[in-house]
Design a protein around this ligand. Sequence first.
Ligand SMILES: C[S@@+](CC[C@H](N)C(=O)[O-])C[C@H]1O[C@@H](n2cnc3c(N)ncnc32)[C@H](O)[C@@H]1O
Length: 174
Amino acid sequence: MDSNSNLHFKMMAFGFKFRDFFSPRKNILKDVGIKPGYHLLDYGCGPGSYILPAADLVGKSGKIYALDIHPLAAQSVQKISSKNRLTNVKTITSDCKTGLPDSSVDVVLLYDTFHALSDPNCVLKELHRVLKPGGILSFSDHHMNEDEIVSKITGSGFFKLSKKGEKVYNFQKK
Ligand SMILES: C[S@@+](CC[C@H](N)C(=O)[O-])C[C@H]1O[C@@H](n2cnc3c(N)ncnc32)[C@H](O)[C@@H]1O
């Protein structure tokens, strides 16, 4: 990644501090249905705004995979994990493939990332592969309207809409 992209990432992280202060991420996750012991993949985790609230929900017996294309994301998530003594968070730097086993994940968070994907079909196929049967793809993207969201995600043939929350859409693996 070049210095421009590092600057862009750092500016995004700075902006998220304000977003997360005024709209705490734990409120976004309350509708998702995350339970203790769950394995959760935060796809396009960015600086890691969802890591602490997700870690609270999955507890010590759960596991969090934080994936982003940008190496600064892994650095930021590792910093959060060590500061908060989280031992169940693993970072992955990738633009699509997760390296996780088939049917191993209960919930995927795909928040404000879909619009930025260069190969969305690759990502949806990969998320479908790693989710357990009936697993949840929790989705938001403020760059897209509801019709676009539902048609793009269900149109892939991999997911059906299971719940429309206040802030996020839950899709279930077909
Ligand atoms: C707007 S940020 C959202 C971060 C986080 N999900 C949130 O809502 O706080 C979008 C993130 O998607 C990442 N991203 C873009 N394309 C990606 C890809 N193909 N695979 C993984 N991450 C990607 C970017 O690096 C960026 O960190």
